[in-house]
Ligand binder design. Structure first.
Ligand code: EPZ
Length: 415
């Protein structure tokens, strides 16, 4: 079992480039199922989850070619509509094929994703939306059976903001008959990127990035080329790396306009964030101030940055109240941070971090993608050696994170 070993206490300095966003690449790669002919996607991160979604596209009959960070997909040969359990089990974002398969083939059979470390993560709103578009949905033997002779545009209201729910329904509606309006839609940059890619394929989508998205169905879409947006969560993770090591890091290739809430919280915490021509410069400080954080749908503070920011608050000089409003079980990293000396009290979906004691290295275990990133950050800040096991979680969402941090002066390696 691979581990990442970290010798803490070294300042990180230098320049690091962020990769393409995993959560933009996944839906955009899947959207190629809506077209016939070669789509070319650039700046696709080389991640385990991307490998998984490419395998799924091939399983469905598409052709996929990869050259570095360029991925080409031709779904002309789409001839199967089943996403098998063993693929969906490893990556719940596989449910994103439901919309395109219904739109293109009028049929889909996708394993219902099981639970996840951070929460139940149901997809009831995806399925309710498909039914409103005219699909027949049933659940048999752990699989979602969906079929629709035709999809007819309608008004869909999301009871809660759902990122992949918005993306799934958007992809189903682009070939439906007539207009569809998605209300209380997710506003994430990854949703906007998907809408832009679909519009380049010939879709007619307006309002992406606002709570009301309108999709006017068209006859067919054509293949396109598209560059994946930078990963705002990887960017935020490197920002914390500078903050917890009192470092001086230049992050290039990032999109600061996607990071407003994160930058605001860093400035409140006393970490300097300077916008430069080609990226962001982060200057850590010995005197980190405690700030409260509440995770919210975009443009609020992202839940995927909650664990990483908690590590910064462990080094701050007071009390920080961190409220997790998106997922019901996203404090798993707390018990691992406590093994490193963190003083954190959890009550329901609120964690109170009492900073100032510093962290000490320890053997810890990664439990989910973003929690494992927070353990790496804690190891960089801790006195002594940290060993992180189950690092396969980290490889799902970060491209060679230990190499990127090592070239910034971090003392860490994979065993
Ligand atoms: C996306 O997950 C991201 N994944 C997650 O990133 C991210 O944490 C999450 O959005 C929130 O920003 C991808 O984009 C591939 P949701 P998603 O549907 O779409 C509830 C990472 O580490 N809900 O926005 O699955 C749900 O339980 C991952 O990269 C329903 O109740 O999240 C949750 O409480 C982790 N019914 C809330 O909505 C539904 O039908 C938000 O979930 C759908 C969601």
């Amino acid at each position: 079992m691979e581990k990442i070993v970290i010798e803490g206490g070294y300042c990180l300095e230098g320049t690091v480039a962020v990769s393409g966003a995993k959560n933009a690449a996944l839906p955009i790669l899947v959207s190629s199922l809506l077209t016939e002919g070669w789509n070319t996607f650039d700046n696709v991160p080389d991640l385990k989850d991307i490998t998984t979604i490419k395998s799924l596209l091939i399983e469905l009959g598409a052709r996929v070619e990869t050259s570095g960070n360029v991925v080409k997909v031709d779904a002309s040969g789409l001839n199967r509509y089943e996403a098998p359990y063993d693929l969906v089990r490893t990556m719940r974002a596989s449910v994103l094929v439901l919309g395109p398969l219904l739109a293109r083939l009028g049929r889909a059979r996708v394993s219902l994703p099981g639970g996840c470390a951070i929460g139940a993560r149901p997809i009831n709103l995806h399925l309710k939306g498909f039914e409103q578009l005219g699909a027949l949905i049933s659940l048999e033997h752990g699989y979602i059976e969906a079929q629709a002779r035709s999809l007819k545009g309608t008004e869909i209201y999301f009871d809660v903001v759902t990122v992949t729910g918005t993306e799934n329904l958007m992809m189903a509606a682009v070939l439906a008959e007539g207009p569809t309006t998605l209300r209380n839609a997710a506003r994430e940059p990854e949703v906007v990127a998907l809408a832009e890619a679909l519009n380049r394929m010939g879709a007619q989508i307006t309002g992406a990035g606002t709570p009301v998205i309108t999709i006017t169905g068209v006859e067919a879409l054509k293949p396109t080329s598209f560059t994946i947006i930078p990963d705002r969560i990887e960017t935020g993770t490197f920002m914390v790396a500078a903050g917890v090591t009192c470092g001086n890091i230049k992050i290039v290739g990032c999109e600061p306009s996607h990071l407003r809430a994160i930058i605001h919280k860093f400035q409140q915490a006393g970490v300097t964030v300077q916008q430069e021509a080609d990226g962001l410069r982060i200057l850590g400080t010995e005197k980190i101030c405690s700030v409260d954080v509440k995770t919210l749908p975009y443009p609020g503070f992202p839940t995927d940055m909650q664990g990483q920011f908690m590590v910064l608050m462990c080094l701050a000089n007071g009390l920080s109240v961190i409220s997790e409003t998106i997922f019901e079980n996203r404090f798993i990293h707390v018990s691992e941070l406590q093994r490193m000396g963190a003083d954190i009290t959890v009550s329901g979906t609120t964690a109170v971090v009492r900073g100032g004691r510093g962290l000490t290295g320890a053997p810890v275990m990664a439990t989910d993608l973003r929690a494992s990133a927070s353990l790496i950050l804690a190891g960089l800040a801790a006195r002594g050696t940290t060993e992180i096991s189950r690092v396969y979680h980290i490889d799902r969402g970060y491209e060679c994170i230990e190499k990127k941090l090592a070239q910034l002066g971090g003392h860490l390696w994979r065993t």
